[in-house]
Design a protein around this ligand. Structure first.
Ligand code: GN1
Ligand code: MG
Length: 339
């Protein structure tokens, strides 16, 4: 069934005769399916354990966050894990694959770029609300599912190693982009000098990780795999990266890839409405630096993956990661011109 073996389904359901499975979503890491069953609708995922080396840790994080939010009466939908028939939150198969199931959150839409000011404002506000609810979850209970995930310095080191190795002979065509990235080194230093507080963050709040209702309001923040100790600036930055640009990260219409000042203002307004009372001055004063650093990091990551032969991100054509890197470079260039 769409490449999903029956032993996987029979680990979760007593009766698997009426299962319908179709590929789903736009994630760049896992394989995701929509699963219909007499018991209800679900999301079935094959967890990428090359990226998430300890899949059990991330499932424990998700369960913890889900219970916490439910207990606090968080007003939006949350991820609910469907356990295997023998009570596990994750299935490990004899072929060393990891599978999991969540309840499907119905009546939603998702986007790869923003559609209106109302949607942008609602996103800032709702995502700020999500972080506010995570604030009183004891941070030591959350395990970093990918160590050094937003360690830009380490990302740059890996980038330089990929250039040195040049395994796929792609350095030559990337010369201009490589040089551009090197000139923006100062962004990482500016960020490091801040010493931002460490809090529980989402670490991947791009637009497609938010589900909207018919009225352009956020119904759920999804993709909790990267919830970990980190910096609010990175989370706000990822919102700006995908919510304050009228083109999406796959666009090769590079001329049009730029920050929209009106979307940026309205996103910040919504975000601060939910977070202003508890963010520190350092955080509030440096939100835009968070955006610059995260767009920078994303450009580095896409270009590194291109140089390494597209091992990390799912791609459907050869130069996709190169184009994604060019898109982010363009976006950063326009962000730097704002101030
Ligand atoms: C990946 O899994 P997905 O598509 O939501 C990536 C993010 C990147 C994003 C770029 C674990 O997110 O860090 O920002 O692609 N997730 C991981 O689109 O690397
Ligand atoms: Mg993700």
């Amino acid at each position: 069934m769409n490449g999903v073996k029956s032993n996987i389904l029979s680990s979760f359901f007593k009766d698997i005769n009426d299962c319908k499975i179709i590929p789903f979503g736009s994630g760049l890491i896992h394989r995701t399916f929509f699963l219909q069953h007499a018991e209800g609708d679900f999301i079935l995922q094959n967890v990428n354990h090359h990226v998430f080396k300890k899949p059990k840790d991330l499932m424990e994080n998700i369960q913890l966050v889900s219970n916490h939010l439910k207990q606090k009466n968080y007003p939006k939908s949350v991820l609910s894990i469907k356990k295997t028939l023998d009570g596990n939150i994750l299935l490990q198969t004899s072929e060393n694959e990891y599978w999991r199931i969540f309840d499907f959150i119905s009546d939603t839409q998702d986007f790869s770029k923003p559609e209106s000011e109302k949607q942008v404002y609602q996103t800032g506000k709702s995502f700020g609300e999500f972080l506010t609810y995570l604030k009183d979850l004891p941070i030591e209970k959350i395990k970093p599912s990918i160590p050094d995930f937003h360690n830009t310095r380490m990302r740059l080191e890996n980038f330089e190693i990929a250039i040195q190795k040049n395994e796929f002979d792609r350095v030559k065509i990337s010369t201009q982009e490589i040089e551009q990235i090197r000139t923006w080194h100062f962004l990482m230093e500016d960020y490091e000098a801040l010493n931002c507080p460490i809090r529980i963050v989402h670490a991947d709040p791009k637009i497609s990780n938010l589900l909207f209702d018919k009225n352009e309001r956020v119904k759920a923040v999804i993709d909790w795999d990267t919830i970990m100790p980190g910096s609010i600036l990175h989370d706000y930055g990822d919102l700006v990266r995908t919510m304050a640009c009228e083109e999406d990260e796959e666009s090769i219409d590079f001329e049009k890839v730029k920050i929209s000042p009106s979307y940026l203002n309205i996103l910040e307004k919504g975000f601060l409405e939910s977070t202003e009372s508890w963010l520190t001055k350092i955080e509030k004063d440096n939100l835009l630096l968070g955006a610059k650093v995260i767009i920078y990091e994303q450009a580095i990551r896409f270009l590194t993956d291109f140089l390494e032969g597209d091992k990390y991100y799912n791609t459907v054509y050869t130069e996709q990661n190169f184009n994604r890197a060019k898109n982010q470079i363009q976006l950063l260039d326009s962000t730097l011109k704002l101030s």
